[in-house]
Design a protein around this ligand. Sequence first.
Ligand SMILES: C[S@@+](CC[C@H](N)C(=O)[O-])C[C@H]1O[C@@H](n2cnc3c(N)ncnc32)[C@H](O)[C@@H]1O
Length: 240
Amino acid sequence: MSVSTDKLDLPMITDHDWTTDHWKKFWNSAPVIPFQLNEFNPELLKREKMLFPIPDKKYRVLFPLCGKSYDMKWVADKGHTVIGVDCSEKALTDFFNEHGMTFVVKNDGSFKILQSTTAGCNIMLYVGDFFNLPSASFEKCDAVFDYGSVIAIKPEERRKYADVINKKTTRDVNYLLCAFDFNGYMDPKPPTYANSPVMVVDAFGDIFNIKPILDVDRERYLRGVPKPVAREHYYYLTKK
Ligand SMILES: C[S@@+](CC[C@H](N)C(=O)[O-])C[C@H]1O[C@@H](n2cnc3c(N)ncnc32)[C@H](O)[C@@H]1O
């Protein structure tokens, strides 16, 4: 049986679509970020070799719609370069501040870049609309960690989302995708949108081989919501 979001005390749930301006306002005013996981993703930790198969190689890892995900710190601490993208500058400055890192501000096309100056920590966080990313000039990434972001993209824009990732990644990219499925759990309303394994194939299947690797109940998604609230589906994607 699904849970109606109407009955939940979630001020972020709305009846209108969200633009990047809505997201920016949300990050600037929310006392807590309901989807924020203040821990490393255990499934990422278990799949390090899948994402980074060549020992000692330093990868360039794209985090689409990254928010202030702790996982960027874990990846950077392993010596890889992190490229995170989010429209909210507040989310990205909070990331650096909360991890005690320093940064400088640069520019790349329409994007502002917050670049870490902390020793041994190669993190570049791009502030802007993900759909403008093809205009950014950074070297292509050879790994992607994509957690909980697809459901923030309207279904009709997901092929375009997959195409942006295609453009900014190398031919041999290893892509770990986690896309929630709310079916039977709760009724998604903006800023989250419906998703299912069939929709993942529809959005990504023209470009990527899609290997389902795990699905588990999402026990932690959205603070204050009865659990579990979604099924987490993990996929390993490679280019066709
Ligand atoms: C559900 S959150 C996912 C956060 C993150 N992946 C995590 O693990 O915590 C969606 C994020 O996407 C960002 N966002 C939404 N639409 C965007 C867009 N078009 N371009 C860039 N960022 C966007 C929001 O600011 C928000 O931080």
